[in-house]
Design a protein around this ligand. Structure first.
Ligand code: F6R
Length: 252
């Protein structure tokens, strides 16, 4: 794992954008795995700024999102479909036919999960997966205890995740309790992973990711077994021993 420590959220977003833009320029048909949530918003804004000033094109790029809430239609402002439109897609030249997000209102959710995995496979997999991390170590919505071998599936969100998400909903009863998420095995098949973390609230999870055992009770720990992971995190999010600028961390 390569760990790049930066000063703050702004620098994390800028560094992450440089990283993604370089990959897109090297491979204009790249398959990007995208995350939602607060963490990548700054990255997406930087990609938009770059698209507007340097004209980096996304016309041939394919994207796969990690997850979507069950029961939220794309027109629902709290859905991840809506988020992606607002935060990135409508501001760049991406072809909507090349953007994929699980359908949270599919009639048959199990079939939808299978269809999503098949789509990722059919398109040739993910070249670069962008990840955030939950305070409980979730990646995507793979909550503690999710089998490392899991493919795309429906999850029941934990108390900790529901609490963290509450700020995006006007009333408690609107907070979805289930989501579709790409599985851990699906994420681990990505050729490369870029994990972003910012803020003190993420430090305990980052400490556990970097220092503790690889176990299903802490889903992100599996990333230590991936051959190509880069972490860009601000100093607040990193334990003390990883706060110098660039650290190579042995894989296991
Ligand atoms: C979002 C996702 C989640 C978030 C995580 C961190 O698509 O898959 O795993 O990355 O919950 O969320 P934020 O960035 O809001 O702290």
């Amino acid at each position: 794992m390569k760990i790049i420590a930066v000063a703050d959220y702004q620098e994390m977003s800028e560094k992450a954008a440089q990283y993604v833009i370089e990959r897109v320029k090297n491979n204009p048909s790249i398959h990007l795995g995208l995350a939602t949530g607060g963490t990548p918003k700054g990255l997406y804004q930087q990609l938009i700024n770059d698209h507007q000033t340097n004209f980096t094109s996304y016309i041939k790029v394919t994207t796969f999102n990690l997850d979507e809430y069950v029961g939220l239609a794309p027109i629902n402002p709290a859905s991840y479909h809506y988020y992606m439109e607002e935060q990135l897609f409508q501001h760049v030249d991406i072809n909507r036919r090349n953007t994929f997000i699980p359908n949270g209102v599919a009639e048959n959710l199990k079939q939808e999960c299978q269809r999503y995995d098949e789509k990722v496979l059919l398109e040739g997999g993910i070249d670069l997966q962008i990840l955030g991390i939950g305070e409980n170590g979730h990646i995507g919505f793979n909550e503690p205890g999710t089998p490392f071998g899991s493919t795309t599936h429906v999850v029941s969100l934990t108390e900790s995740t529901l609490r963290a998400n509450a700020k995006y909903f006007s009333s408690e009863k609107d907070i979805p309790t289930h989501a579709i998420t790409m599985g851990i095995a699906t994420i681990m098949k990505s050729k490369e992973i870029l994990l972003l973390a910012s803020g003190l609230s993420k430090r305990p999870a980052m400490k556990r990711l970097l220092e503790c055992a690889i176990e299903e009770s802490f889903p992100a720990s599996i990333l230590r077994q991936h051959p190509q992971v880069t972490i860009i995190a601000d100093r607040d999010a990193l334990p003390k021993s990883f706060q110098s600028s660039v650290t190579e961390h042995s894989r296991v």
